[in-house]
Write a protein that binds this ligand. Structure first.
Ligand code: C6P
Length: 408
């Protein structure tokens, strides 16, 4: 993998931040965008801008084809059995809200249980909590052990026939742990539950095959997979999309509207009310071409070498001063590295790093149940991606040395 050639395709990486070359280590929050994606969006506006599924004229036909081809591209990315199972949404958050809303009405009744995990992002906790408040379902959490692995034994107590939805992250946005989704899905299915998998943090790093995963529905955001913001994907098995009621009402999702009688279109249109993010969908399809063009094996090798360097530097340069959350085995985690420095608030770490041109995330990571689990209020998180280099990992540690000195 020629990292330098890859870097040249990301215009933002050549800018300076606070007078220093930018070191962007916050790709789990959002990835940077290659020129091909930026150009595809702007080309759409320059050359083919028009609304989809409406106009009987050439531009609109071209826009509709491009939008539907993007849907097919996403279908191939997820190895989805059928492109009609791909629903375009704003992002993982909207996809998970749609599912909680839809499943909450189509198959959950008062007293039914949803089982999430303490390592879920708030986007996969709050919608199910809202359902609990509104409809009297319950929400339970499976824990993680000290090394960041899900407590698989805890599922046993929830598989009693009352659990109707099992939802979990494929990869935790804080710990990076790759969860054994298939194993959990098989057990959940045997107990009569549907399985929702949040693939927001896995889709940028590992190939997703929704059938092999054993998922009934998955959600991800385009902006973490090199694509634009404001476009994301819900995939669900056709039967689930058919049984769920619509999420929003409006144009494009209706078959007929008469006073007192309204009928809805088939999925995915049923869930895409209003004018969609056409340019975003096109940008996303180009992003997926770019990502798959890199080669998953090469990407994994590069990411593992950066993770190994993160751990090696931690041990050699900071020793006991640094606390690393999650597994230390780089083969079983993806590229997020959450840590704390003894006696130093993560916000202070991030602002000193910012002065060095280094961008990391610091805070609750939108995963407060996990902060509670580890007994901390916040964490610092570095998340490298395909365009980062080993030298940048070393620069991170040069800056962390400074942080430690400032607070000594
Ligand atoms: N995590 C992070 O820094 P949206 O905001 O809808 O694009 O994605 C929500 C989301 C859902 N699931 C997981 C596992 C996620 O990591 C995220 C977004 C970012 O960790 C922003 S909080």
């Amino acid at each position: 993998m020629d990292i330098q050639a890859i870097r040249e395709q990301f215009p933002i990486l050549s800018r300076a931040v606070r007078g220093k070359p930018l070191v962007y280590l916050d790709s789990a929050a959002t990835s940077q965008k290659p020129r091909a994606v930026i150009d595809a969006e702007s080309r759409f506006y320059r050359e083919a801008n028009s609304n989809v599924h409406r106009g009987i004229y050439l531009l609109s036909e071209e826009a509709t084809d491009a939008y539907e081809n993007a849907r097919a591209r996403v279908g191939r990315f997820l190895r989805a059995p059928d492109r009609s199972e791909i629903v375009f949404v704003r992002g993982a958050t909207e996809a998970l809200n749609l599912l909680a809303h839809g499943l909450g009405r189509s198959r959950l009744k008062r007293g039914d249980r949803v089982v999430a995990t303490v390592s879920d992002h708030h986007a996969n906790v709050v919608p199910w909590y809202m359902l609990q408040e509104e409809r009297g379902t319950t929400l339970e959490y499976v824990g993680v052990d000290d090394t960041g692995h899900l407590r698989l034994d805890e599922y046993d107590r929830w598989f009693d026939g009352r659990t109707k939805v099992v939802t979990l992250p494929h990869v935790s946005n804080v710990l990076g742990t790759v969860n054994p989704v298939r194993e959990i899905a098989d057990r959940a299915h045997a107990a009569g539950a549907v399985v929702v998998v949040d693939v927001a943090q896995s889709a940028p790093h590992i190939p997703i095959d929704v059938v092999a995963l054993g998922a009934d529905a998955v959600a991800f955001s385009g902006h973490k997979t090199l694509g634009p913001t404001g476009i994301g994907v819900l995939w669900a098995r056709r039967e689930l999309l058919e049984e769920m009621p619509p999420w929003m009402g409006g144009g494009s999702m209706i078959e007929e509207v008469h006073a007192g009688r309204i009928s809805y279109r088939e999925p995915p249109a049923k869930f895409e009310a209003g004018t969609p993010n056409i340019a975003g969908a096109i940008g996303l399809s180009v992003a997926l071409d770019f990502l798959e063009g890199i080669g998953w094996e090469d990407l994994a090798r590069h990411e593992r070498s950066m993770q190994a360097r993160l751990f090696q530097n931690a041990e050699e340069r900071l020793g006991k001063k640094i606390r690393i959350f999650g597994s230390r085995d780089v083969r079983e985690r993806e590229a997020v590295f959450s840590f704390a420095l003894e006696g130093i608030h993560p916000h202070d770490i991030a602002s000193i790093l910012d002065a060095e041109g280094i961008a990391i995330r610091a805070g609750r990571q939108c995963s407060q149940p996990l902060m509670d689990r580890y007994g901390v209020g916040a964490m610092a998180r570095a998340s490298p991606y395909l365009y980062n280099t080993i030298e940048e990992i070393d620069r991170l540690y040069d800056a962390l040395d400074k942080v430690v000195k400032v607070f000594a």
